[in-house]
Design a protein around this ligand. Structure first.
Ligand code: 13P
Length: 251
């Protein structure tokens, strides 16, 4: 079983035709040059999920970037986990720092979203990470520990098999300032130690822990060479097929 996974997070970018073209280009490059054991995922806007899921041939999985904590009902503008799953998407990104910051999403709400996603058969990419002031105050382990404990640790060992964790220090997102590979490794090892305490060695060893934040072709290899860095959650660089595939090929 591989832990290697690279996911793109397109955020709120690209028209539908542009998105289909990019997804197909990424898949074509991967089919021409197989990556072996790296799972590749594209996190696309809700509006693009169905068309992109159908445009792809199965080499690349599709992910939503959020889902509702509610099953269904009068929640105007929301998209449920059931709806996401019904498009053919296999994953959902939850707890991204932009959702936490701009939509006030907290760990307790995220725990509900995680439950809803898993109930509907989606795999979860759960994001965590400290802001700059927290790192400056050396609170990063406490913050990330709480995000993981409160958002995920109600899950059973069986459910945790469907969860990928993405460590994204907020100060590194879209800033061009990446965490050093030592900083990433230190946090990833900490996250794995939490998993080990909660779920045991095997579950901890089988969980993919991704790094995100200004990851690009020039620094991916160094980051991915760290023992506990199992891949990346890629923002800006996932909007260009060549850059994204170069990151995938960094393993
Ligand atoms: P950037 O790669 O653009 O820094 O974004 C990272 C991110 O937020 C992925 O979810």
């Amino acid at each position: 079983m591989t832990r290697k996974l690279v996911a793109g997070n397109w955020k709120m970018n690209l028209s539908l035709p542009e998105g289909i073209a990019l997804a197909k280009e990424v898949e074509a490059q991967l089919l021409a040059n197989p990556t072996g054991d790296v799972q590749v995922v594209l996190g696309v806007p809700f509006s693009h999920l169905t068309a992109i899921s159908h445009a792809l041939e199965g080499e690349v999985a599709v992910s939503a970037q959020d889902c509702s904590a509610n099953e269904s009902g009068a929640f105007t503008g929301e998209v449920s986990a059931m709806m996401v799953a019904s498009t053919g998407a296999e994953y959902v990104i939850l707890g991204h720092s932009e959702r936490r910051e701009y939509h006030g999403e907290e760990n307790a709400l995220l725990a509900e979203k995680v439950n809803m996603a898993l109930e509907h058969g989606l795999k979860v990419i759960y994001c965590c990470g400290e802001v700059l002031s927290e790192r400056e105050n050396n609170q990063q382990f406490e913050v990330v520990g709480d995000q993981i404990l409160e958002g995920l640790f109600h899950l059973s060992k069986e459910q945790m098999k469907e969860v990928v964790i993405a460590y994204e220090p907020v100060w590194a997102i879209g800033t061009g300032v990446t965490a050093s590979s030592e900083q990433a490794q230190e946090m990833h090892a900490f996250i794995r130690s939490l998993l080990q305490k909660q779920y045991g060695v095997i579950a901890a060893e089988n969980t993919s822990i991704l790094y995100g934040g200004s990851c690009k072709p020039a620094n991916a290899q160094e980051l991915f060479s760290e023992k506990d860095v199992d891949g990346g959650l890629i923002g800006g660089a996932s909007l260009k097929a060549n850059d994204f595939v170069a990151i995938i090929n960094s393993f």
